[in-house]
Design a protein around this ligand. Structure first.
Ligand code: ADP
Length: 529
């Protein structure tokens, strides 16, 4: 390495900070060895035989002992602070006096520095270095405390940024990325280290890339706000090149005269897919509810119409028998031929009507339940989200209390959601004019292999007559009601091998509860395998 290249690498500020860090470490370590520093003069005396005589001649021990002990006092004071500095001064003074007055012929040499002058200088140096050391030590402790506080604050801020659902990115006035949160890493697929210092346009697809610098410059020049404090929907680009819609809100901060911008980014593709999923669910449920309503109505219709049809058929048979009995039916009278023909046709039509009704029933039955293992919590979550979409105006407090041990059920998801949707909507409607509006959705384990799901409200409750009639088709107390909702619920729960019931609560309101089968334990293991 040539000198020039070594010099070109030399960075004074880096070197200074390295020296500072080393001194800091040394002082911190010295702080821990304070009691050893306090007796530093004593160590010098102990090390006396090892000290080279050329530097510390024996004669000096006699003429100026305190002078020889001065470095130890300096060291103790500067590194250890007040207490070790004062202790070392006192110990040093005692040792010096000992060497001076010791009877072993340690008489002060002629021309040596006077003992008291030595002592005064020694004490001054000792006290001075102790005070200087103490100031240093305190500032060091203060520094360390401030640093720890700053680090703590930074860590707290970082954890807030990292756990925020929105991605957070900090850029400087030139668009260079200064901070990149964990959620930003997840969103864009870059690691914070990869993008640090890079231009933020990296995160936008090509046609918008160059615009970014232009926007920043224009804002710097004109101060006109196009996005800052407003927020808008833009397109982002992930590391793998895929693009996705984002909602970007930008804030501005000034730090020590420099301008920074913070970007809060929300992934709209997730929200859009959630909305799409909600719409899909809604469409499924609407379709199912139409089918169910049709089924319920046609089976009620079939039941009602079947009886008169059978009666018609029976009467026709009766008429035929009567005529046959009197012998008139077989006569060749043209009128009788017509009567016979009409009777045959009427019977055929009655049979045809019966057949139509049978087919209608079969068709409705064909949409039977497609039961598979499902998560009850998920079914409830989706159904209640859908039911509560427009419930803000009702101002209802909803609480869920679901037993996680009975979550795996055997069910037709859409059908069970239909039941929940009906029950929740009924409950919301029942509470519309009530002062207290609380909806409780619960699940609890039963003794058999079933789970009980209940929907309770704080509405007017159910009278005994209502309780008896409520699940019958076409029973309604509403002017616009069809009265098929609850009978559909019962059909669905019956098809699931469960039971549904309703009762009034003593504290007011009604509770609808139904049972569903749990997935048998063995099936779960087989599924996992
Ligand atoms: P619809 O809602 O069309 O009337 P339903 O079969 O869903 O049909 O409900 C039948 C009747 O049961 C309703 O008209 C209402 O009188 C009563 N009902 C249903 N749920 C509740 C409830 N949570 N509280 C009080 N009454 C209810």
């Amino acid at each position: 390495m040539t000198l020039a290249s070594a010099l070109s690498r030399f960075d004074p500020s880096k070197t200074l900070s390295q020296i500072g860090a080393t001194a800091d470490r040394l002082l911190a370590r010295a702080g821990r060895l304070r009691h050893i520093l306090a007796v530093a003069p004593f160590w010098i005396v102990l090390a006396k035989p090892l000290l080279p005589a050329a530097i510390w001649p024996e004669s000096l021990w006699r003429t100026a002992p305190l002078l020889l002990l001065t470095p130890s006092v300096l060291l103790a004071g500067a590194l250890g602070g007040a207490a070790p500095g004062f202790a070392a001064t006192a110990i040093g003074l005692a040792i010096g006096l000992y060497f001076h007055f010791a009877p072993v012929g340690r008489v002060m040499a002629e021309g040596g520095v006077g003992l008291w002058s030595q002592a005064i200088v020694f004490i001054a140096i000792g006290l001075g270095s102790a005070s200087f050391g103490e100031v240093l030590r305190r500032s060091l402790i203060q520094n360390r405390k401030t640093l720890a506080e700053l680090r703590g604050r930074e860590a707290r801020l970082q954890s807030v940024i990292d756990t925020a659902p929105d991605a957070v990115i900090l850029i400087d006035a030139d668009g260079a990325i200064q901070a990149f949160s964990k959620s930003a890493e997840r969103l864009f697929g870059y690691q914070a280290g990869e993008v640090a210092g890079q231009n933020v346009s990296l995160l936008t697809p090509f046609p918008h890339r160059n615009n970014h610098d232009f926007y920043l410059r224009r804002y710097e020049e004109t101060g006109e706000r196009k996005i800052i404090g407003i927020g808008r929907v833009v397109v982002g680009e992930r590391k793998d090149g895929s693009t996705f819609p984002i909602e970007l809100a930008v804030g501005e901060i000034r730090l020590e005269g420099r301008r920074f911008y913070t970007g809060f980014i929300r992934d709209l593709s997730e929200r859009q897919s959630t909305e799409a999923r909600m719409q899909e669910l809604q469409a499924e449920l609407v379709h199912m509810s139409r089918l169910n309503a049709m089924g319920e109505m046609s089976s009620a219709l079939a039941h009602e119409v079947n009886q008169p049809l059978s009666a018609i058929s029976n009467y026709l048979t009766g008429v035929r028998r009567l005529l046959q009995g009197s012998g008139t039916l077989d006569s060749q009278d043209p009128l009788m031929t017509k009567v016979r023909d009409a009777l045959d046709r009427a019977s055929d039509q009655a049979l045809r009507a019966g057949e139509i009704i049978r087919r209608l029933r079969d068709f409705v039955r064909r949409g039977e339940t497609d039961q598979r293992p499902e998560s009850l919590a998920k079914i409830i979550e989706e159904a209640s989200a859908l039911a509560l979409v427009g419930a803000k105006e009702f101002n209802v407090r909803v609480t869920f209390r679901l037993d996680p041990s009975v979550d795996r059920i055997l069910a037709d998801r859409v059908q069970v959601q239909q039941v929940l949707l009906n029950l929740i909507r009924n409950a919301l409607e029942a509470m519309r004019d009530q002062p207290r509006r609380e909806l409780r959705i619960e699940s609890r384990a039963r003794d058999d292999d079933r789970v009980e799901v209940s929907v309770s409200d704080t509405g007017p409750g159910l009278s005994p007559e209502l309780e008896a009639e409520i699940f019958k088709p076409f029973f309604t107390t509403k002017s616009t009601g069809m009265g098929v909702g609850l009978s559909i619920c019962r059909t669905i729960i019956d098809a699931h091998g469960g039971e549904i019931s309703a009762k009034s609560l003593t504290e007011g309101g009604a509770r609808f509860q139904f049972t569903l089968r749990l997935v048998p334990a063995g099936t779960l293991e087989a599924e996992r395998a």
